[in-house]
Structures are given as C-alpha cells and as structure tokens.
Design a protein around this ligand. Structure first.
Ligand code: AVJ
Ligand code: FE
Length: 444
C-alpha cells in the first residue's frame, strides 16, 4: 500500500498556478466592472469623504500587485517609482486623495493592466517554494485577496454615490419564511481558534490556538430589518438605557434614528440601495448599522453581541469530531448553495437562506450576506507575527477597532473563511455590516 502523504508531491504546482490564475482573474473581472459602469468623472470624484475616488483604488490595486509580486517576489525594479507615494494608504488619508495628482482613469487602467500582464508571465514559471512569500503561492493569494477587498471598498463607494443606478444583479432566490429555532446552544469547552494550516490565511488569523468558551446561545440567523424596526418603533434610539456612554453620545450628536440609507415614509421605511429607493424588506438581515447600534439593539433584546471567539466556535467547531472546520459547512470551498458571496447579488439574502451552508449545530448565514459585528476589540492572537507587512494588521491592533466576522454579499470567497478577521471603528456603517446576538447559557 502506498502512503499518499509520502507519494503526493509536497506542492502541487499546477493546481496552485491554476488557483492563483483563477483568483487573480476573478478579481480583475470584478474590478473592471466596478470601474467601467460609470463615466470618468464618477471615477475621479469623491463620493464621500470616507472613501477614495474609485480611480485611486484602481491604481492602488495595480501598485500593490507590482510591489509584492513583481518587486518582492520577482526582484524587478519599480516601473514608476514616482507614483508609489500617491498610492501608499498611509501617506495620504482617504479624504485628501482627490487632491493628489493621481493617474487619470485611462492611465490607471493601463498601469494596472501592464502590471497584470507581467504577473501572468511570472506565474507561468513560478515554483511556489523558497520563501514564506512564495510558499504555496501565498503572495499571489494575498494580492487576489487585496484586490477583492478593494472591490468591496469600491462597492461601498458605489452605494454612497448619489445618482442613478449603475450596477445591477439578480436578486437572491426567494425562500420560505424561516421558521426554525431562533437560537442554538453551543456547549461549553475548548475549541481551536485561528489557523496555522490555511495556506492563504493572513497574518492576523494565525496561529491556531486553543480557546476555552463557556456555554452560550447564539441566533440561528442574522438580525433582520423587521426585528430591527421593532427596536426603532419601541423608541430604541431615544432611550439612553440601551446604549453605552460613547454610543449614546454618538447617536445624539449625529441624530441617528435608523440604519444608514433608511428614511421613514409615513408608516413604512424606505432605503436607498445602489441608486434605487425601495421598501425595506423585513426578512432580510439588517445592514449598514454601526457597532453602537448593534450593541444597543442586543441590550434592548435582553441579549448581547457574541465575542469573536464565540462567533468562531459557532462557525467552525464540529461537536462530532472536536475539530475546527474551514467553514460552517465543512472544509469544502464555498459554492453558491453555501453562501451569498462575491457580489453576485447586490443585497443580503433573506434570513434562513442557504440551509446547505449551516453549521453542525444549525447556525445559518455565518458566511456571506452581512459582516457581523462582534463584542471584541481587534487584538493579536497569542504568538502573532506580522507578515508580510506591519501595516496590514499590526498597526491597527487595539481597543479603538471592533472585529467583524463572516463576510458580506460583497466579499469574494478568496477573502472570506471561518478564520477571516475584519475590523473597523465602532461608528462605521457605510460598510456592509449587520450582526446576530447571543446570551450566556445561564442567562434568560
Ligand atoms: C481589512 C478591510 C480593514 O480596507 O482597510 C485593503 C483591507 N488593507 N488594503 C481596509 C485592506 C489594505 C482593510 N480591511
Ligand atoms: Fe489596500
């Protein structure tokens, strides 16, 4: 009998080449769509001080690809050293980027395409050995994830943009109203959090480590618009007792009364979504709420936000084997029946969708639909090492950022897994953020 562990080549170079090619090409198709569905003035305009002009994202995508694949991996010289500073996210805050001498749209496109052409040549002979950057094609995976992260950022810019609809996509399949249990019990005990084996996991997801988690209940679906409306109608935004001190100060100062993009129209709520105004659908997960709103809703409901460890245990721990899986449904890569990912729909799917994607305990929609706010600050795992650059994660660790998990409809699968960590300020709500709630097992 042959031992597959010995017989199998340690690195299947052809499979990696194929995966790198597919993920980079998928990202570029998305980038092209997001930057060609509007005219040039909409690419160079700033649609919100929170966001870069779309043409900045486009050239920044190319510049990061040049930096990591052509320079760091292949040792090439800079193609246009004079532009590096313009596209360094740390040199210029987003609000200032429109005033920079950015490459105009045609030049930005040509630059990104030129970089990509050279990367395609490099990929043909890449051997995926040697350094941590090249091992298992990490740098290619990191760059595909980076482009997809900016594709989500650009979709946020499209949502903030005023004016007629520029993007369309089919709606998710309608599903029968979800009538399963509202919450599940996750029994106490340790589980493995984070990963040391997922080849393209980013530095903040590493290393795998054991975490003790007390028993808790967690919602089987994200909180819906309908449930959130009940909080609004009950005067949730006017009642200080549901809010943290900072949250209360924030809602008062900014006169918040509902999720971003909502407005009341008589008895009903309307929302603006990619240039179209529509009635807020009650069965869809709520999106565009900040951490303070999620936290206040949970308290109003007699519950709390799950910690990051609770969220990951609900998403990855398989009670039958004691193992942590890559996704709630197991180790298989995401397929359309598992989750709403990749901007194939431009909205979350109704609560209770994707039964094939549920966790062993029956928790649904942990992956895709909406990013889920957790109670936790963004902190390094024990044994964290910044790689390949401190500015991805390390400089953001601290109590000023809250962790979001699970990914939204706007995230591609290459940048989404059970261990993936996102973070933002607790006031942010232009992102595709929702939440689910939890309670400790002892609490009623
Ligand atoms: C992980 C979404 C917080 O957009 O600031 C993109 C991703 N990092 N380019 C961000 C990122 C560098 C990052 N987030
Ligand atoms: Fe970036």
């Amino acid at each position: 009998m042959t031992d597959p562990a010995i017989d199998a080549p340690p690195i299947d170079a052809e499979a990696l080449r194929e995966r790198a090619l597919t993920t980079l090409t998928t990202a570029r198709t998305r980038t092209t769509l997001l930057t060609s569905c509007v005219e040039d003035p909409d690419l160079t305009a700033q649609h919100s001080p929170l966001m870069s002009p779309l043409v900045w994202d486009l050239a920044h995508i190319g510049n990061q690809e040049e930096l990591w694949l052509l320079r760091a991996v292949a040792g090439r010289d800079a193609m246009r050293p004079e532009i590096d500073g313009l596209y360094d996210a740390f040199e210029h805050p987003r609000s200032e980027r429109p005033t920079l001498p950015l490459l105009p749209p045609a030049e930005a496109r040509a630059y990104a395409a030129e970089v990509r052409g050279r990367v395609m040549d490099l990929l043909e002979s890449a051997d995926f050995h040697g350094t941590r950057l090249t091992q298992a094609g990490f740098a290619f995976g990191m760059i595909a994830q980076h482009e997809q992260q900016h594709d989500e950022t650009m979709l946020i810019t499209h949502q903030l943009r005023k004016g007629p609809q520029a993007l369309t996509a089919p709606d998710p399949e309608p599903v029968p109203l979800y009538t399963g249990p509202a919450e599940v019990l996750v029994p106490a005990g340790p589980f493995t959090m984070g990963t040391s084996t997922e080849p393209w996991a980013l530095d903040n997801e590493r290393p795998a480590h054991r975490r003790e988690v007390a028993s808790f209940h967690i919602d089987t679906t994200p909180v819906t618009n309908g449930a959130y409306q009940a909080f609004i109608e009950d005067g949730g935004y006017d009642n200080e007792r549901w809010w943290t001190a900072e949250g209360w100060a924030h809602v008062r100062k900014n006169s918040l009364y509902a999720p971003l993009f909502w407005r009341r129209d008589g008895k009903q709520w309307l929302r603006r979504r990619f240039g179209v105004t529509e009635v807020v659908p009650p069965d869809e997960p709520v999106v565009h709420v900040c951490w303070y709103e999620a936290d206040a809703y949970a308290r109003w409901a007699g519950r709390r936000l799950p910690t990051e460890a609770e969220w990951e245990k609900a998403a990855r721990h398989d009670p039958a084997t004691g193992r942590s899986t890559r996704y709630p449904w197991g180790d298989a890569d995401p397929a359309p029946e598992h989750a709403n990912l990749g901007q194939r729909h431009l909205r979350p799917a109704p609560a209770g969708s994707y039964p094939a994607g549920e966790s062993p305990l029956g928790v649904r929609q942990l992956i895709g639909d909406v990013w889920e706010w957790t109670a936790s600050d963004f902190l390094p795992y024990p044994g964290f090492q910044a790689f390949p650059y401190k500015e991805y994660s390390e400089v953001f660790f601290g109590p000023e950022y809250k962790v979001l998990r699970g990914g939204s409809f706007a995230v591609d699968q290459v940048a989404c897994r059970g261990t993936f960590r996102n973070w933002d300020y607790p006031i942010r709500r232009q992102i595709f953020s929702g939440f689910r709630t939890a309670r400790s097992a002892g609490d009623v």
